[in-house]
Ligand binder design. Structure first.
Ligand code: PFF
Length: 455
């Protein structure tokens, strides 16, 4: 249970257990599932990436998610305050706050590009509504997407709109707005994804799509692919930067964290896989390159929308729902930053939300220009644009590092009593498996990856 001894300020609680699951699922399900997972799978070579990703979700992601929720509920504060207080109490040093500090920076960086990509989804709503893709071939959808990338002003406009929507919701406080949006709209998005997957399987190249997704060729599992699969697991589950920790602070004592975690991970993973099943049969049927990169979903799905009955309407609704799914995730990026700041800076919530979002919005221009004006600028070499670098630094380095440090805190630093109490299932085998994973496997994985990256 939550600990009054921590002296934490009272935080608002979710109105129900269901509302909490929905908010956490809303954070997890977003562009990461529908935009990023398919294109990373494509560039990662397919099934080997997918299998390694699933392994990471189960063996590292799920245990870390439990740890994060646990720390949040224990501390009853925003991420930085939480780790400072818990660190002082259990670890003898407030320096643990630095882990949350890194998470806040990561959230800020991710928000900057997340909003730009979500802007693409917004841009597609009117395009579909007016039938721009009716009867379009993959070449035509590709040209329309390239047209968007070549227009930084349009991208900036949609980025601005998306960031503004995020601020409006966060400024109102999370428990009201998010709950309502997620409860209805995430299931709706899921249903549409399933319909798309069925449609793509029937009309596209189902056999090749499935083989690509599920028949692994392990010679393709390079260190680079493994790292990106691990990073994707953290990104998709929203872990490693304090988002789930912030949400954990709002969870009542009666909620079982391990059970909630399984629900969140199952929903998140199912959405990603269904998105893959919807996209790859179209990729192969239309002769597209699976390794085509960040535009993959924006080029493939419109081919289906252009061919199916009522496709323009269906497609427009799909991108509305994708934008809403992105919104419930972007809100969960901004929220922990605002929650942390609120504890140290005496400014109204709205001012903090606006200020942080403004700075992140400005940073977003690095991503916008990465796809046009500055597409040839590779600041650190290696062919990586500003967008690639921000994405790489956050997804592949900061999130895994942060997540493992949180796991280490929960596994080694927290007292046994606190751990067992928060876990809420006694000290049976489930607890012991979890403890083993957070104590040994998660840290070992990160050490191996770090060593491999260095040498
Ligand atoms: N999990 C979100 C997605 O898959 O789109 C992205 C995200 C949200 C990552 C919140 C991290 C986070 F804290």
């Amino acid at each position: 249970g939550s600990e009054d001894a921590e002296g934490g300020v009272a935080v608002p609680h979710w109105s129900s257990r269901f509302a909490f699951i929905m908010a956490a699922v809303g954070s997890a399900v977003g562009l990461g599932n529908i935009w990023k997972f398919p294109y990373m799978t494509g560039t990662g070579g397919g099934a080997a990436f997918v299998l390694f990703y699933l392994g990471c979700v189960l063996m590292v992601g799920v245990p870390v998610l439990v740890a994060e929720l646990m720390l949040g509920r224990r501390a009853q504060r925003g991420p930085i305050g939480a780790l400072v207080a818990l660190g002082r109490r259990y670890g003898g040093t407030p320096a643990w706050g630095l882990v949350a500090g890194m998470g806040v920076v990561a959230a800020f960086l991710i928000l900057s590009f997340y909003s730009v990509i979500a802007g693409w989804a917004l841009a597609y709503i009117p395009k579909l509504a007016v039938g721009a893709f009716a009867g379009a071939t993959a070449q035509a959808t590709g040209a329309i997407f390239d047209g968007l990338l070549a227009d930084p002003l349009a991208m900036a406009g949609w980025h601005t709109l998306f960031m503004a929507l995020t601020v409006v919701i966060v400024a109102q406080g999370v428990t009201g707005g998010i709950e309502r949006a997620v409860t209805l709209l995430t299931p709706a998005l899921f249903v549409m994804l399933v319909i798309l997957a069925i449609y793509a399987s029937v009309t596209g190249d189902f056999a090749r799509g499935m083989a690509f997704l599920f028949t692994p060729d392990f010679s393709k599992l390079t260190t680079e692919v493994a790292i990106s699969a691990a990073g994707q697991a953290f990104f998709s589950l929203s872990i490693g930067l304090g988002t789930m920790l912030a949400y954990g602070a709002y969870v009542g004592d009666n909620v079982s964290l391990p059970k909630m975690t399984l629900t969140i991970a199952a929903a998140d993973t199912t959405c990603a896989l269904v998105a893959g099943v919807a996209i790859f049969p179209i990729v192969f049927a239309s002769g597209l390159d699976p390794a085509g990169g960040p535009g993959l979903v924006f080029v493939t799905l419109p081919v289906a929308f252009g061919a199916m009955p009522f496709g323009s309407l269906f497609g427009a609704v799909f991108f509305v729902l994708l934008a809403v799914a992105a919104l419930t995730s972007s809100v969960s990026l901004l929220e922990p930053i605002v929650a942390s700041l609120q504890e140290r800076v005496r400014l109204p919530r709205i001012v903090l939300a606006l200020g942080v979002a403004f700075l992140s919005w400005v940073l977003g221009f690095l991503t916008i220009f990465s796809f046009n004006r500055w597409s040839d600028i590779h600041p650190l070499g290696g062919g990586r644009t500003f967008f690639d670098l921000i994405d790489y630094a956050t997804t592949n380095i900061m999130l895994p590092l942060g997540g493992v440090l949180l796991a280490v805190f929960a596994g080694w630093v927290l007292t046994r009593e606190a751990r067992v109490e928060e876990f809420g299932m006694g000290e049976g085998v489930v607890y012991r498996v979890w403890l083993f994973l957070v104590r040994f496997l998660a840290p070992a994985a990160i050490v191996i990856v770090a060593l491999d990256a260095l040498f």
